[in-house]
Structures are given as C-alpha cells and as structure tokens.
Design a protein around this ligand. Structure first.
Ligand SMILES: [Zn+2]
Length: 237
C-alpha cells in the first residue's frame, strides 16, 4: 500500500482548489488530505477536461467534507488539550486532560479519552502517550485477530510491528514474512485493521496487486473495497 510521486495539478472550482493526481488506478477517487486539502486521483489516461468534469460532479461532496473537517479542527495543529476531538475506532471522542503528580496514563472512558499527565507536559509528551495507547489497543485486538486471519489466509507472519507511518496503512516484506501496520488504524473502524492485515497477509501468497491478489482479497475479505474507500476518504493519513 505504498504511495509514489505522481504527476499532479490543481483545479480551481469556484474557490475550491482540488489537487488532481494521476495514478495507476482504475477509478476516480476523492478525499480530503491531512491538512484539509481537497484531493482527487484519476487514472493516467484521464484528460484535464474530463477530470474537471468529475470534480464538478463531486463539488457538493467536497464542500461538505471540507466543512466537516473545519468543524472538527483537524486543519489546526493539535495541542492535545481538553475539548479537542480525537478519533478512536471510527468514533469521535473528546479529549479530557487531567493533571496528575503520579505517573501519566491514557484511557478510554465512555466517549472520552482521558489523559492524566503532569501539568507541565508538552503536546509532544501528550501525543506520545496517546500513540502508545493506540499501540496497546491494536495489540489487544491483534491477539485474536492475527491468528484468526493467518488461519483464514493460510500463511504465517514472522512478526507484526506497529508504528505510525505517514503514507501507508501497512507494509509487508515478503522475503522475511514481516508485516508492519500503521498505528493510525486505531482511528478507523475496526474492519479496516482486519482489511489491512488480510491485505498484507495475502502478499505472502502474491507480492503484487495484480488480478490474483484481488481474487485472494475477494475470497478472504470480500468487502475490502468498502473499507479501502473508507480509509481513502477518512483523511486520517
Ligand atoms: Zn499491498
């Protein structure tokens, strides 16, 4: 699930700037980027005129998605203070920062993500605490999910490591059987973790994304397209 540098240009649609990127994809895709930019990817053969037509057809979607992004302050740099919204397993929860003189911790309590930290803790410290909480969450889910998916796909991963990645949800080194998953998956609905895990496990059978790979995905996780679309549009990465 890597991203490469692809040719791109910007369309101005009545004040909304849409960055169009040409990719080796079959379908046109629309999403909002991490800094609140309107993004669209198109197959290589798509002309600028055609791309503009597609974008205009989606202008209401862009408007709504951008407004939503603005409303949840995702466009502002996060300060990790009480009241900020964070996403946990596909749900928006409110960050609740409490002071403690004891050791710091993070826990999900109902629809609040409680951060107990020293009063002078920096945003970096708070962010790292949430990051390690996400890793624990993912590890907990993977305890059952990994063996179950390995059995389904009929392969064994030599290791599964979790880390924050900027451009990919997961990756797999087929020669060693090592899989890496993005900790940001803890922000998406749980099916996405399963989908990416199955995707990387399928690479242990087929290293590329050709028809054989898609057939394997259809077999082991039939709704993969739904969750891929969800991830692309989520704006999480
Ligand atoms: Zn892949």
């Amino acid at each position: 699930m890597a991203k490469r540098e692809n040719p791109s240009y910007v369309l101005d649609l009545d004040g909304i700037q849409v960055r169009v990127t040409k990719k080796r994809v079959k379908n046109v895709n629309f999403r909002i980027g991490p800094n609140g930019e309107a993004l669209m990817s198109v197959p290589w053969s798509t002309s600028k005129q055609k791309a503009e037509q597609y974008a205009r057809g989606h202008i209401d979607w862009f408007r709504r998605a951008l407004a939503r992004k603005e409303a949840t302050h995702h466009t502002l740099p996060r300060r990790w203070e009480s009241g900020e919204k964070v996403r946990v397993w596909g749900e928006e929860v409110e960050l609740c920062v409490q002071e403690t003189s004891d050791h710091a911790f993070c826990s999900l309590e109902g629809n609040r993500l409680v951060l107990c930290v020293p009063a002078d803790s920096t945003p970096e410290i708070r962010s790292a605490l949430v990051e390690s909480w996400k890793r624990d969450e993912l590890r907990m889910r993977l305890e059952d999910l990994l063996p179950e998916c390995e059995k389904r796909v009929g392969v064994h991963a030599t290791s599964v490591t979790l880390r924050r990645m900027k451009t990919r949800w997961g990756s797999c080194t087929t020669s060693t059987g090592r899989i890496r998953l993005n900790t940001a998956l803890a922000e998406a609905v749980p099916e996405c973790l399963e989908m990416v895990l199955v995707h990387e496990l399928c690479h242990l059978h087929v290293p590329n994304h050709g028809p054989k790979f898609h057939a394997l995905m259809d077999l082991h996780f039939p709704s993969w397209r739904v969750y891929r679309r969800y991830l692309n549009k989520s704006g999480i990465l």
